[in-house]
Design a protein around this ligand. Structure first.
Ligand SMILES: Nc1ncnc2c1ncn2[C@@H]1O[C@H](COP(=O)(O)OP(=O)(O)OP(=O)(O)O)[C@@H](O)[C@H]1O
Ligand SMILES: [Mg+2]
Length: 958
């Protein structure tokens, strides 16, 4: 019977099996009994013959089936009672036996039916509950199966099931992913076929599980899989038996977890751990760790080495037992405090070594915390600081010593310093002595050179004079021999003169080198000078040397001594000739040049600025570096004694330097030489024209005059006087200044004073000239000097208006010079010079006298005015033609003087000399044409130019 069917049987079963409350069952039973009784009574009444119990038995069955046994019994009782009551009376008035028999039968039947119905009901109900239990069990199993299936598919581990033949039955997705073969391809295939590399390791375990039914857990496996060929992978595998029906094992399950990554991490951790352990062991200090409670659980070997007590890992070490008793309390207190607070621990303390000695250690420990912030472990170290502690103690002990030492050292240093200073002073002294010695040596060399050359020349001169003397005839009457001898004497005298002239050139060159020769610089056009030398050059250089000149157009002018420049160029040309034995080319080039700051900084005594350059080049043999370095030295020559004195280039050098210029040699051995001369450009174009070339013949004629000749060298004086007398002049000789002044006192009135600048003791030539001029202003003065860096020559230049004849001079030169001066035009009138500064007055007087004026100097304004008044009143004085007035006078202003001079002599031209801006002064005189202004300090050219502006034509200098 289908217990769950919906047909009448199902309905019937549900009616019977349905558990119902008691009241419902009695109510239902009552209803059914009542219905049966009503129907019996009704039907009996309707048809008399109707069997009275026909419907009552089914009612009892229904009640017993639906409402249970107790309700059935109750129904039987009610029905039997009612039926008994309804029994018909028999004829005897009692109950008819048939009716009673029917009732009895009915009662018996009722119980029989009741019993059967009760059995049916119980059976059906039991069946129903069994069916329900079955149904629920089945549904539970389905859920379990579904859960297991889901678990299998989604498990993060691989599952595989094998049959007894060790063939795959099924695997989950994870396993397929692990071995790299799709899940569906596993079923029915063998392990050896699919995973040959792992089969050997897996098979024994499968067999063991099949045989014994035991579970094998966590077996490590390694090898490559098709998922990653060549990659070595690690797995953790478990095996378990599966019993499906009987007790027999039908399947083996396998769980696979890949642990390749874990293995790698473990390896890395192990390696790192080993590294740190090695590090800890390698450290030269004791390293340890401790639990949060403070018990040490690791000590490196240093601990055992030092204390002599091994500390196997994990064992408790009573480290504090090794502390020095003095520190124990403090250290333990600090360590406990750190454990309690979790703050780092640091302490210096002594530990006992295995030999019983103690050493100092710096112990530190830091806590490492877990993720909850609790201290997980302490990491500590103990560093041996015994040396440091000892040093520290020693340091503190020796600090005082050090201070003492420092003081001592400072004193020592001071002493050394003093010694050093002394040494330096000594060295300086020694150096200066050395310099002095070197200087002396140089002087010695020079003197030796000079002496040698002079001796040679003197030998020539003396020899010739002696030879001449020997030929002076003993008997003056012997005219015949006298004639022969006179010729010889002349020859010897000629030789002697030549020797003397060479000696003169020698001294001139020496003076040139020492930059002490008196120079007579004049504004010069170098191009003209070079052109003028061409004839001389060609004859000096001979035919084999070609001369070329390259002269710059617009060449600036320079103020230079003509003779010396010619000498210099000639010297260079001769050197060039000597360097070109087989001929060659000499080039003289001129140019404007600018020497800049950088260039001048590299050379001594050189100002940056504009220069006139002269380059003398040859194509000769050139100079070696050594020769070039020494070429300017006097007496340095590479030529034989007869060919060179070694004074040529030193003359060039000395002269150029003295003139404020610069000279350089550029030369390479075999490549020729260029010597470059730089002469300072003449800044102002002077109004003084270049003088006419001096007359070179001694035949100049001057009107006979009186010459006062002052010379302390008797011979020279006598000779000069004789020459001048020969030229027609009257000569008064004086050997010194006082003799000369005596002559004046005796009434002599010389037209010209010819005096040496140096005059023995007493007054020198300059002083004498001043005195003579004071007494006889018209007297002209001619100085002579051999060596002059004194009053006549300032910085190598002649004071303007001075005349100078340099020694040695020839007699004809003397005559030419004297005559030239006497020939100069007469004085041009008197000038009143108002100037309180004596030096300026002196210079200006000289210039004015050179220009032919008679000069009266007034140092004060009042004096000037009174002189002008006297001059106006004549009384035998020279008429004033000009006044030169200084603005700053002691007693009144210069402009006041000029104004009052104007009142005295309205036509008198005036030059105002001022130290202020000239425009301001010019304005003061409101455009008076007869007032010129010059600014102080002024030189000859400026004054001459101012004179010219007022109509006084300049006069040439002699
Ligand atoms: N143009 C040149 N080429 C090669 N060497 C030269 C030239 N000029 C000078 N020298 C060298 O420099 C030396 C010195 O020259 P310096 O003119 O001073 O004396 P010198 O020519 O030897 O003698 P002096 O000029 O007195 O006759 C020379 O001896 C020569 O060696
Ligand atoms: Mg020379």
């Amino acid at each position: 019977m289908d217990l769950s069917s919906r047909g009448p049987a199902g309905l019937f079963l549900r009616i019977i099996a349905e558990p119902r409350p008691l009241w419902w069952r009695f109510a239902f039973a009552g209803t059914v009994v009542a219905a049966a009784l009503v129907l019996r009574l009704g039907l009996i009444a309707w048809m008399v013959e109707f069997p009275p119990y026909l419907l009552q038995l089914p009612a009892i069955i229904v009640v017993a089936l639906v409402c249970g046994a107790e309700c059935g019994l109750a129904a039987i009782a009610v029905l039997v009672g009612v039926n008994a009551a309804l029994l018909p009376e028999g004829p005897d008035g009692g109950v008819a036996p048939s009716a009673l028999a029917s009732l009895l039968s009915f009662t018996v039947n009722s119980f029989a039916v009741w019993a059967i119905a009760g059995l049916v009901r119980t059976t059906l109900r039991r069946l129903d509950s069994a069916h329900a239990a079955l149904l629920s069990a089945a549904s539970e199993q389905t859920a379990v199966v579904a859960t297991l299936e889901a678990l299998l598919q989604h498990a993060p581990v691989g599952f595989a099931f094998f049959d007894a033949q060790r063939r795959f039955i099924r695997v989950n997705e994870m396993l397929a992913r692990i071995d790299g073969i799709p899940a569906r391809e596993h079923a029915g295939r063998s392990l050896a076929d699919m995973l040959p590399q792992l089969a050997d390791a897996v098979t024994p375990s499968l067999e063991r599980v099949l045989a014994t039914g035991e579970v094998i857990a966590d077996v490590e496996l390694e090898g490559a899989t098709p998922a990653a060929p060549g990659v070595w992978r690690h797995f953790l595998v478990s095996y378990f038996p599966v019993r499906t029906s009987s007790e027999a094992i039908s399947l083996v399950g396998m769980i696979v977890v890949e642990i390749t990554e874990r293995k790698r991490a473990e390896k890395a951790i192990a390696a790192s751990e080993q590294r740190y352990r090695l590090l800890a062991e390698a450290l030269p200090k004791m390293v340890w760790t401790s639990s949060p409670a403070g018990t040490g659980d690791y000590y490196n070997h240093r601990w055992a080495e030092y204390t002599g007590v091994e500390a196997p890992p994990g064992e408790v070490v009573e480290w504090h037992a090794f502390l020095h008793p003095e520190e124990k309390g403090g250290v333990m207190g600090a360590w406990e405090a750190s454990l309690a607070s979790g703050n780092p621990f640091s302490r210096e303390c002594r530990f006992r070594a295995k030999d019983g000695s103690y050493r100092w250690f710096l112990c530190r420990a830091v806590p490492v915390r877990d993720e909850d912030g609790r201290v997980d472990r302490w990491y500590g170290s103990c560093t041996d600081i015994s040396e440091i502690v000892a040093a520290r103690e020693a340091l503190s002990r020796t600090n005082e010593d050090l201070e003492r030492l420092a003081a001592a050292r400072t004193m020592q240093l001071a002493e050394t310093n003093t010694l050093l200073k002394q040494e330096m002073e000594e060295r300086l002294r020694a150096e200066s002595q050395l310099r002095q010695a070197q200087k002396m040596e140089a002087v010695g060399q020079l003197t030796g050179g000079i002496a040698h050359d002079f001796n040679n020349l003197l030998t020539i001169i003396i020899g010739n004079i002696e030879a001449a003397e020997r030929r002076v005839p003993a008997d003056p009457g012997d005219t015949r021999t006298q004639e022969i001898k006179t010729q010889e004497i002349r020859r010897f005298l000629d030789y002697g003169r030549q020797g003397a002239l060479r000696a003169a050139i020698l001294t001139q060159r020496l003076l040139a080198f020492s930059r002490r020769q008196p120079l007579d610089p004049r504004p010069t056009d170098v191009n003209r000078l070079v052109t003028g030398m061409s004839h001389m050059l060609r004859s000096a250089l001979g035919e084999r040397v070609m001369v070329e000149t390259v002269l710059a157009g617009g060449l600036w002018r320079t103020e230079i001594d003509h003779n010396q420049l010619e000498n210099a160029i000639l010297n260079l040309a001769v050197n060039a000739r000597d360097a070109m034995m087989d001929g060659g080319k000499l080039t003289i080039e001129t140019a404007n040049a600018y020497l800049d700051e950088a260039y001048c900084a590299e050379h001594e005594d050189l100002e940056p600025g504009q220069y006139v350059a002269i380059f003398v080049s040859d194509t000769g043999m050139g100079m070696s570096d050594d020769v070039r370095a020494r070429a300017f030295e006097p007496f340095f020559t590479t030529k034989g004694p007869k060919d060179g004195t070694g004074l040529g280039l030193s003359q060039v050098y000395g002269f150029v330097k003295q003139s404020g210029g610069h000279v350089m040699i550029y030369s390479e051995r075999g490549d020729g030489t260029t010597v470059k001369l730089y002469l300072p450009r003449l800044e102002e174009t002077p109004s003084v024209p270049e003088p006419a070339p001096p007359r070179t013949d001694g035949e100049t004629r001057a009107a006979p005059a009186v010459v006062l000749m002052v010379e302390d060298d008797d011979q020279l004086r006598t000779m000069g006087a004789a020459t001048l007398r020969e030229a027609g002049h009257t000569v008064i000789e004086a050997e010194d200044a006082s003799a000369a002044l005596d002559a004046l006192s005796r009434g002599a009135r010389p037209d010209l004073l010819f005096t040496d600048v140096r005059l023995g003791d007493g007054m020198d030539g300059r002083g004498l000239a001043d005195e003579v001029k004071r007494r006889l202003p018209r007297t002209r003065v001619l100085f002579t000097t051999a060596y002059a860096r004194n009053a006549v020559v300032h910085q190598g230049r002649l004071d303007p208006g001075m005349k100078l004849l340099t020694k040695p001079y020839s007699q004809s030169e003397l005559v030419t010079k004297v005559n030239g001066m006497l020939d100069e035009p007469a004085l041009r009138g008197a000038v009143l010079l108002v100037e309180d500064e004596p030096f300026v007055a002196m210079v200006a007087s000289q210039i004015l006298e050179d220009q032919g004026f008679k000069v009266t100097v007034a140092s004060h304004g009042e004096a000037a005015l009174s002189h002008a008044r006297n001059a106006k009143a004549d009384i035998g004085r020279d008429a004033l033609v000009l006044a030169i007035v200084d603005i700053g006078l002691p007693d009144m202003r210069g402009d006041e003087v000029v104004r009052r001079l104007g009142e005295i002599a309205p036509e008198l031209p005036v030059i105002v000399a001022t130290g202020y801006a000239t425009q301001d002064i010019s304005q003061m005189f409101g455009g008076r044409v007869d007032v010129g202004v010059i600014s102080k300090p002024y030189d000859g050219a400026t004054l001459v130019a101012a004179l010219e502006r007022l109509g006084f034509r300049p006069q040439g200098q002699g």
